[in-house]
Design a protein around this ligand. Sequence first.
Ligand code: PRP
Ligand code: URA
Length: 209
Amino acid sequence: MSELHVINHPLICHKLSIMRSKDTPSKDFRTLLDEISMLMGYEVTANLPLEDYEIETPICKSIQKRLSGKKPAIVPILRAGLGMVDGLLKLMPNARVGHIGLYRDPETHEPVEYYCKMPPDISERYVIVVDPMLATGGSASDALGMVKKYGAERLVLMCLVAAPEGVKKVMEDHPDVDIFCAALDERLNDHAYIVPGLGDAGDRIFGTK
Ligand code: PRP
Ligand code: URA
């Protein structure tokens, strides 16, 4: 059974509250999302496997630990997921980056797929699917399904703000995938926007409203 991890560290709560304000401009919104993504990345990568290896310090030979296996993969859901990539790459500069293009149909709120490109050997990588908003869960659930079709087996979903409806859907559709978020909000409104949320994440990142 999957787990929901709400990473409500004081720094994350503080930065997220500024992002939520309608008066925060795109430039600050992007910077804060980048900072929070890096802070969340610390928790999201807490179970990466390690292996022993020998080094020589100026004093003696020593067995130390390093990350083992293939580099992790970060997979943003376009567009808004792009805003979470750089923060994670600061922690894992050698991570691979895949892309999934999905948008929500404004009438039906159903996700529509328009792009998918994955790094090689995805089945051997720890895959972090990123998207700031988990609303109905349709986009995240489809994206996780697409990455699994490419062979991924170790996946997590990292978002910023989640609605209970989205968490439920992803947990039902993907009981093997843990969800990490910075906040679990109250509900969705009639337009399937998260309440209180922060509005349209893609528009706020890219200044397209
Ligand atoms: C937003 C958001 C998620 C999706 C969440 O993307 O970034 O991908 O909606 O909604 P859901 O959980 O109900 O599927 P949007 O479709 O607005 O596209 P964009 O990132 O290109 O703005
Ligand atoms: N997509 C967004 O960008 N925000 C929401 O609140 C819901 C979906």
